[in-house]
Ligand binder design. Structure first.
Ligand code: RNT
Ligand code: ZN
Length: 414
C-alpha cells in the first residue's frame, strides 16, 4: 500500500467514505468491451464496406485483419485494462472457416473459437449482437422494417440464429448474455409513411421473440437511435418505439449515449428506466457534435452516468458496454483509454457519500448540497486510482507497452 494512498484513504474516511470498499466493489463491476474497436467494425464475414449510417474515420496503420490478429490485439489491450471484463461480439465476427453460410444460418459452432479465447483470458462472459448492416440483404437501407418480405424474413432469421448463439455463449461462459438488437433502418428525407415501417419492425420483433429462449440466459435489448448518416430524417427504431416495445414485451432497453439529441442526457434516462425495468443496458460512447463514436474519456457526463449506476445501487442492474471506434489513433490505445475512463468514472462515483448528499436534497438544503458536491471534486482521487491499478499489477502508463507492441505488429502487418 503506497504512502500516498494511505493519506488519501484517511482523507476520504474523514468525508465518510470507505476507499477500501470502493476498490473492492469496482473490481467486481463487469464492463463489456466491444471487439469492433479493433478492426474499424469490419468483421470477418466479408459483408462489405461499413454501412448503416455509422462511420469510422482515420487511417491509422496496422488494423487487425483477421481472427489471429484481432485475438492478439485483444489479448494485449485487455491485459492493460483493470477490473472485470466481458467481451462484446458482433455476428459478423463469426469464424466461418470455409463454411458457406449466410448470416441467417450462423450457428454456435461459428463462435466456439471465441469462447475458447474468452475462457483463456478468464473473461466474465460474452455479449452478442446480430449484425444488420454491411450486408447485401440491407435493402434500401432497411432490414427488420423492410417492405420486401424476403429481406425482412432474412433478418428475422438472423436474429433468431443470434438468440441460439447467445444461449450457447451464456451456457459456455456461465453468465447471461446480453443480445442487443440495433438496426440502421430509416430515411434520408421526409417520409410518406412513418407508421407502417414501425409496424413491420414490431411484427419482426414479435416473430424473433416467439423463438422462445431462456430469459435467465439471454437478455434481449433494443437500441434506439435518433438519426444516422444518410438517415437523417427518420429512424424506424426511435426511442419511443423501443421503450414501449420493451415495456410491453418485458425485454430490455439499451441506451447509447450517442443516440439522443445533444441536450438529452443518458445519465437522466437511467434512473427513469430503473423505475420500471429490472435491467438497463448501456452503450457508452462519446459523441462529438453527432453520434461520432469518439473514444470514451473521463468527462462530466460519464461521471454522471456512473453516479446514477452507483447511487441507485444498480451495479448489477445496469449492464455496461462500450461502443466507440476510432481509426485515427492507435486502436489498442483507444480501447484501453475508453475502458479505463469507464473504470475511473465508476471509482469516482464509488468515492462519494451519496447517502449524505441525498439527505441534503431531501432536507432541501441546496446550499450545503452544492458545497459538498464541489468538495468531492478535489479529493485525492488519483491516489486511489493508482492503488487500484497497483493491486492489479498495472501502471498508469500503458502507452509504452502499446508502443512496443505497435513496433512489432507494424512490421508484420504490411
Ligand atoms: C450504431 C449503434 C450500434 C453500433 C454497434 C457496432 O449507431 O451504436 O450499437 O455502434 O452495434
Ligand atoms: Zn451503440
Amino acid at each position: 500500500m503506497s504512502e500516498i494512498y494511505k493519506l488519501a484513504k484517511e482523507q476520504y474516511a474523514a468525508c465518510g467514505i470507505d476507499a477500501e470498499a470502493a476498490l473492492a466493489k469496482l473490481e467486481r463491476i463487469p464492463v463489456s468491451v466491444h471487439c469492433w474497436q479493433g478492426d474499424d467494425v469490419i468483421g470477418f464475414d466479408g459483408g462489405g464496406a461499413l454501412s448503416g449510417g455509422i462511420q469510422t474515420t482515420g487511417n491509422y496503420p496496422a488494423r487487425a485483419r483477421n481472427f489471429e490478429e484481432l485475438k492478439s490485439d485483444i489479448r494485449k489491450a485487455f491485459s492493460l485494462m483493470p477490473g472485470t471484463k466481458r467481451l462484446n461480439l458482433h455476428a459478423n465476427y463469426a469464424i466461418l472457416d470455409g463454411d458457406k453460410v449466410d448470416r441467417n444460418e450462423y450457428a454456435p459452432k461459428h463462435f466456439a473459437p471465441w469462447v475458447k479465447f474468452a475462457k483463456e483470458l478468464g473473461l466474465a462472459g460474452i455479449d452478442f449482437n446480430p449484425t444488420m448492416f454491411s450486408h447485401k440483404m440491407v435493402k434500401d437501407g432497411l432490414t427488420l422494417s423492410s417492405p420486401d418480405e424476403s429481406v425482412r424474413k432474412f433478418w428475422v432469421e438472423h436474429c433468431k440464429a443470434s438468440i441460439k448463439i447467445s444461449e450457447y455463449l451464456a451456457d459456455e461462459m456461465g453468465t447471461p448474455t446480453l443480445m442487443n438488437i440495433w438496426i440502421p433502418d430509416g430515411f434520408k428525407d421526409v417520409p410518406a409513411d412513418r407508421l407502417t415501417p414501425r409496424l413491420r419492425l414490431k411484427k419482426s420483433l414479435d416473430e424473433i421473440l416467439a423463438t422462445g429462449y431462456d430469459r435467465n440466459k439471454v437478455i434481449i435489448a433494443v437500441e434506439s437511435k435518433v438519426f444516422g448518416i444518410g438517415v437523417e430524417s427518420y429512424t424506424v427504431g426511435n426511442n419511443e418505439f423501443y421503450q414501449n416495445y420493451a415495456a410491453k414485451n418485458n425485454i430490455c432497453c439499451l441506451l447509447d449515449n450517442g443516440h439522443y439529441h445533444p441536450l438529452e442526457y443518458v445519465s437522466d434516462k437511467i434512473p427513469a428506466l430503473l423505475a420500471f425495468y429490472d435491467k438497463v443496458a448501456l452503450h457508452v460512447t462519446r459523441g462529438v457534435r453527432w453520434d461520432s463514436d469518439h473514444v470514451v474519456l473521463f468527462e462530466d457526463e460519464l461521471k454522471e452516468i456512473a453516479k446514477e449506476i452507483v447511487r441507485n445501487d444498480a451495479t448489477d442492474k445496469v449492464l455496461i458496454g462500450l461502443d466507440y471506434f476510432d481509426a485515427s489513433i492507435n486502436r489498442l490505445s483507444a480501447w484501453v483509454t475508453g475502458q479505463r475512463a469507464m473504470q475511473k468514472a465508476l471509482l469516482y462515483a464509488l468515492l462519494i457519500d451519496h447517502e449524505a448528499l441525498k439527505k441534503l436534497q431531501d432536507n432541501a438544503d441546496f446550499t450545503a448540497l452544492m458545497v459538498k458536491q464541489e468538495e468531492v471534486k478535489t479529493l485525492p482521487f488519483g491516489a486511489v486510482w493508482q492503488e487500484y491499478l497497483d493491486r492489479q499489477g498495472l501502471k498508469e502508463d500503458y502507452l509504452t507497452t502499446i508502443r512496443e507492441y505497435e513496433r512489432q505488429i507494424i512490421k508484420e502487418r504490411v
